[in-house]
Design a protein around this ligand. Structure first.
Ligand code: SAH
Ligand code: SF4
Length: 353
């Protein structure tokens, strides 16, 4: 019999399966506590399990997280990138970023964010993205998404650090792998387990309107970031192929629906490419497009990838772009550049790089 991956099960699913064996939720609680709070590597390490329960778990379930193939640390020490192997040998990348917080808030001085993958490769083909350049391999299971966080927690625990934020901004398009991604979020936020705060989880999407509407209706209080990169259909389609199928009008309508349903502001991401999408015209068009919406723009000067020639906008052009957005009442932030020397920045993740 093929053993089931335990990290692929919600608390409810495990409880239901074990109830059929007359194993009570008392034991399910211990398993979850052991796996997610104490980060046990095997059922053996889960404390106070009855022998027959341990036997049943060992015979029917596996405890396995993606295996480390390679670890790289950026020269400034703020970013760690891990190449991880899945059970079928496919590889993904996961990144841990450290931020130094405000000096007047000592509890903020070490904030760790995990950037995790939802697919091996990506089917969306954005021209400037290394993951897009490698094509689609497969969806990750919920257990493989959760497994990355368990891996990260174990790494952080070695130094007594804690994870604060999760960004679904690694390899892949999370809304293309909707069900597994949502199941993973449910497992990660379950108060009996890791109990991560949904408000500290940000899902970044290339902008699939049907997925955004579904997310709006589903009611999970996570943050949403939508990758725009172009404020007209033609400009956007040149960078983001899905824009050919889903015009901007449809995407923005879905975003307005999300903002209204969830009563939350939306983050919009804009990779700034010199003289491509950093012109004053584009900034004005973006301002008009988002006017009146509770929105925040994250601008990301282009990170280099092998398959794309564009250059990042220089600081003066970034500032000018932001100033125009401000004139429309649109706040914006420049994403800190992180881990570029180890290709761990936005859009630089690709297996084996
Ligand atoms: N598929 C999702 C999440 C992963 S990409 C999405 O597209 O949103 C995370 C972010 O990195 C996206 O905003 C993406 O557009 C951006 N990105 C991709 N390649 C980049 C590059 N070379 N430089 C800077 N940002 C990039
Ligand atoms: Fe996929 Fe996002 Fe990269 Fe586009 S930017 S190819 S959607 S991972």
């Amino acid at each position: 019999m093929v053993k089931q991956e335990i990290y692929n099960l919600t608390y409810g699913e495990l409880a239901t399966a074990l109830a059929q064996r007359n194993i009570s939720t008392f034991h399910v609680d211990r398993v979850w506590q052991g796996l997610y709070r104490n980060l046990a590597h095997s059922f053996h390490d889960v404390r106070h399990l009855r022998d027959d329960v341990l036997e049943h778990l060992r015979g029917n379930y596996r405890v396995s997280v993606p295996k480390i193939v390679k670890a790289q640390r950026s020269s400034d020490g703020f970013t760690q990138k891990y190449l991880l192997a899945l059970d079928d040998g496919r590889e993904i990348e996961t990144v841990i970023m450290r931020y130094t917080g405000r000096r007047d808030r000592p509890e903020d001085t070490l904030r760790f964010t995990a950037c995790i993958s939802t697919q091996a490769g990506c089917a969306m083909g954005c021209v400037f993205c290394a993951t897009g350049q490698m094509g689609f391999q497969r969806h990750l299971t919920a257990g493989e998404i959760v497994g990355q966080i368990v891996f990260v927690q174990r790494e952080l625990q070695k130094n007594g650090h804690e994870l604060r934020n999760i960004v679904l901004m690694g390899m892949g398009e999370p809304l293309h792998n909707y069900d597994n991604t949502m199941k993973a979020i449910d497992i990660l936020t379950d108060h009996k387990g890791l109990a991560l705060a949904p408000r500290r989880i940000t899902l970044s999407t290339v902008g699939l309107p049907h997925g955004i509407r579904r997310l709006a209706d589903d009611g999970r209080p996570i943050n949403l970031a939508v990758s725009l990169h172009g404020a007209t259909d033609a400009e956007r389609a040149a960078l983001v192929p899905p824009a050919r199928r889903w015009p901007l009008a449809e995407l923005i309508e879905a975003c307005r629906y999300y903002a209204a349903q969830r009563e939350r502001r939306i983050f919009f991401e804009w990779t700034l490419i010199a003289y491509e999408n950093d012109t004053p015209e584009q900034a004005h068009q973006l301002g008009q497009l988002l006017q009146g919406m509770a929105a925040h723009v994250n601008v990301i000067p282009l990170n280099p990838t092998d398959g794309y020639d564009g250059r990042p906008s220089d600081p003066a052009r970034v500032k000018a772009f932001q100033a125009i957005l401000k004139s429309y009442g649109l706040p914006s932030t420049v994403r800190q550049r992180r881990g570029i020397d180890i290709a761990a920045g936005c859009g630089q993740l690709a297996a084996g790089s």
